[in-house]
Design a protein around this ligand. Structure first.
Ligand SMILES: Nc1nc2c(ncn2[C@@H]2O[C@H](COP(=O)(O)OP(=O)(O)OP(=O)(O)O)[C@@H](O)[C@H]2O)c(=O)[nH]1
Ligand SMILES: [Mg+2]
Length: 297
């Protein structure tokens, strides 16, 4: 069989996580309309009798950043390094040629085979950009193929993406992961991401970009609903009342929406308890970043 890792690379908001979820037919990676939604690599697995593709959804590529964004930049670059092949995702609503070229340059420099996926092709008002994106990519080192993609597609395109990638994966005696798995992440890890997704969706301005979510306790007792305690970490005192909202209405909304999704993930009812914790400027503090799993070199 052939088995290996395919990194999904692109600008923030290009539709990378949406593409991965679509390919593996599961909602593993969180998706929101805001950029910088994905913060750490997320793995999604597509298995068949003779291949296993482990997709690695990366944060959007950002350049020359500091703090949390520096982590996102390093994480995206290390996903490129660790992959056998790449899916470069460039959406029709990419703002400038320079931004698209940045991603294509990274792929060409990676010395890995890569497939360009032009995403959000349902955005007809930007359709004229398709030719320009193709033109920018053609002739670059390592380019295998150019494909289109839109999340409103049913099954079209999926098989073609798999068939194109498989020949570039290393031969392997056995699969890398259990054939039944669609992700190696635990329910706990996925639950934390669900809560972060709801924070990104519900909160505005700079607040969600300066938040982190951490699991404090996950209590499972016989005959009782699991109790999940999470901290919503904010960077400033002034953010705390905003996340809580008048009479607690905002945090209740985050909790309610997240709980419903966690319940469908776990296939049982749970109790979800959220608390807002201030960690002053956590993204500028190496130790606090590390505690939250954002290790910057
Ligand atoms: N119209 C349209 N919107 C899409 C499509 N794919 C994704 N989107 C939307 O684009 C936004 C960003 O999607 P994501 O999948 O989170 O993008 P991403 O590249 O993972 O973003 P980051 O993790 O922030 O880098 C969301 O609002 C999606 O619903 C598509 O094919 N068509
Ligand atoms: Mg993403």
């Amino acid at each position: 069989m052939r088995a290996g890792f395919v990194g999904i690379i692109g600008l923030p908001n290009a539709g990378k996580s949406s593409l991965m979820n679509h390919l593996i037919e599961s909602r593993v990676s969180i998706v929101t309309p805001k950029p910088q939604t994905t913060r750490r690599r997320v793995l999604g697995i597509k298995s068949s009798n003779d291949y296993q593709i482990v997709f690695v959804d990366a944060p959007g590529v950002l350049k020359n950043q500091k703090g949390l964004n520096r982590f996102l930049e390093q994480e995206a670059l290390s996903v490129i390094q660790d992959s056998d092949a790449l899916l470069a995702v460039i959406s029709l609503d990419t703002e400038t040629r320079e931004q698209a070229a940045e991603i294509l340059d990274l792929c060409a420099q990676s010395k890995k085979p890569w497939v360009l996926v032009i995403s959000k092709v349902d955005l007809v008002k930007h359709f004229s950009r398709k030719k320009a994106i193709q033109g920018l990519a053609e002739g670059r080192k390592g380019l295998v193929k150019i494909l289109d993609f839109s999340t409103d597609w049913k099954s079209e395109g999926k098989e073609e993406i798999f068939e194109t990638l498989v020949p570039f994966l290393p031969a392997s005696e056995k699969p890398l992961y259990d054939l039944e798995l669609f992700t190696p992440h635990t329910v706990r890890e996925l639950s934390v991401e669900v809560v972060r997704e709801k924070c990104m969706e519900i909160l505005e301005k700079e607040i969600p970009f300066q938040m982190a979510v951490s699991l404090r306790k996950f209590e499972e007792r016989k005959g009782k609903k699991p109790e999940i305690y999470m901290d919503l970490i904010v960077a400033k005192d002034s953010h705390k009342p905003i996340v809580i909202g008048r009479g607690g209405q905002i945090i209740k909304k985050i909790g309610m929406k997240a709980r419903q999704e966690i319940e469908s993930l776990m296939d049982e009812s749970v109790v979800l308890k959220l608390e807002v914790v201030v960690k002053e400027n956590w993204s500028e503090n190496k130790n606090m970043m590390k505690d939250l799993g954002y290790v910057v070199e």
